[in-house]
Design a protein around this ligand. Sequence first.
Ligand SMILES: C[S@@+](CC[C@H](N)C(=O)[O-])C[C@H]1O[C@@H](n2cnc3c(N)ncnc32)[C@H](O)[C@@H]1O
Length: 235
Amino acid sequence: MTAEYYPIITQDGSQTLYSTAFAQTFHSQQGAVSESRHVFVVGSGVAARLGRGQATRVLEVGFGSGLNFLLTADLALTHDAPLYYRGLERTLLPVSIAAALGYREALKHPELYDALMSYWAAPAGAFTYRSVTLVLLLGEATEQALGEAEADAIYQDAFSPTVNPELWSEAFLGKLTAALAPGGCLSTYSVSGAVRRRLAALGLTVAKRPGPPGGKREMLVACKSLGGAAPSING
Ligand SMILES: C[S@@+](CC[C@H](N)C(=O)[O-])C[C@H]1O[C@@H](n2cnc3c(N)ncnc32)[C@H](O)[C@@H]1O
């Protein structure tokens, strides 16, 4: 383990990482897997789409340990739904750190985890596994070219606005909003007033929703119109 990251056991028994550079954990200390499922997979409307077997394009801000990807891809495999997932990440974690987090146990399809870890050891091109494709967009996220309306959902999982401000700026949220397809939703754990105002000013319908069981009280969902009402938390 390098001094840059420390593993932490969260309250639902799953692990997360503490980043010394950002002085923050990658997930809620109240439960990494619970937060990831509730805020991102379900809260964004992705679980409902995959449950219908619908092809789904996800854009994630902050790929990190890959937990949000693994839980989403696991569900896609369960429903045999095509998933095209893009992860923005400055630097991919060393595979030894990712592999030590034990996320294999959280999956219905552990062979997905094994395939991802093999890819992670020497990443080249896209990762594909059955109906799932993962494209990692490595480097500074704000400098990545994002197309228009190319994501059915966005997982905004940067560190908090206080320590990671460039990923919550009006300019970057504007890029994310443009990348969101009509009817699609961005979900995040942050309910910061400034973030809510920026997303609303960009034309999204912003709503607070109950946070994960045992975790933060609230989370945020911001949806683009044309059938884009915020989904119910139960998908
Ligand atoms: C809260 S962690 C993401 C957790 C991740 N979603 C998971 O499931 O493990 C935030 C991530 O954003 C990345 N990050 C922070 N600032 C960035 C930037 N400006 N460009 C690209 N990635 C950045 C960090 O390296 C870190 O992996």
